[in-house]
Design a protein around this ligand. Structure first.
Ligand SMILES: [Fe+2]
Ligand SMILES: [Fe+2]
Length: 259
């Protein structure tokens, strides 16, 4: 069984690439399920009901979010209507939205959830490792395989999550940095691991935004509007192959799709 997981979809350029590339890739590569992090899908920050539906229609089965989860007004209400979207599971109690999504393909139940890291991140959240343990036990008997995402800045925090869930999750993958890493591997107990999926959006940019504006702000320390960039659009992520009888990963390969 093959799963495609795409990193942070950025703005309209990212969404357009999903529509242009995902249906054909699914078909050509025999992908069973497609996941995507959609935390930057609406104007570069957050998600809306309408945009979530648009992304679903591109052949994305489920979406995760990140630290930008509540950036779009009204999404804290609208998320309740989206059965295929989950918010970070370690947001403190009182946050709306699902903590995980369970999909089914070919009789196999695959769950996905995400947790936020705590190093160099703005949101104050519960322990990602203990939260992952809690979600794994909630999924016991509900899923045959689990894809755990850690949305974090620090590579150390992400690698530690890989070891924490090795042998329990089908795969542990990172998001948030928007830069794809080259460390994909299957860990000793059978979980696939990758530190960052990368960004599904414009790469002629600084992590998705207008490069001149970001560079100028770094140089003069003045705030600016960072428009979503538009060129060199790539969908970045990975393909995980899993053994349906065990739920373990067989392989993980990074992908970068361009039109
Ligand atoms: Fe992001
Ligand atoms: Fe993020």
């Amino acid at each position: 069984m093959k799963i495609l997981f795409l990193g942070d979809v950025v703005g309209r350029p990212g969404r357009r690439a999903l529509a242009d590339l995902v249906p054909a890739y699914r078909e050509a590569e025999g992908v069973d399920l497609v996941l995507a992090n959609a935390e930057n899908a609406a104007g570069g920050s957050g998600l809306t009901l309408k945009i979530a539906e648009e992304i679903r229609s591109c052949g994305v089965d489920a979406m995760t979010l990140g630290d930008h989860v509540w950036k779009q007004r009204g999404f804290d209400q609208d998320i309740q209507k989206l059965s295929r979207v989950c918010r970070p599971a370690n947001l403190p109690p009182g946050n709306p939205g699902r903590e995980f999504v369970v999909l089914e393909a070919d009789g196999f139940r695959l769950a996905v959830f995400t947790v936020l890291g705590r190093q160099f991140m703005n949101l104050k959240v519960d322990c990602p490792y203990r939260t992952a343990d809690r979600i794994m036990s909630e999924l016991d008997g509900k899923a045959d395989g689990v894809i755990a995402e850690i949305h974090a800045e620090a590579t150390s925090e992400k690698i530690a999550m890989g070891w924490h869930l090795d042998g329990r999750a089908t795969a542990i993958v990172g998001t948030h940095t928007h830069v794809q890493t080259a460390d994909g591997r299957v860990l000793p107990k059978g979980s696939a691991y990758l530190t960052d999926l990368g960004m599904s959006g414009p790469h002629d940019s600084v992590i998705g935004r207008d490069k001149d504006a970001v560079l100028s702000s770094f140089m003069d320390s003045r705030a600016r509007r960072f428009a979503v960039a538009g060129e060199d659009v790539r969908l970045c992520g990975c393909v995980i192959e899993l053994d349906k009888s065990t739920g373990n990963a067989q392989s993980i390969e990074t992908v970068q799709l361009t039109a």
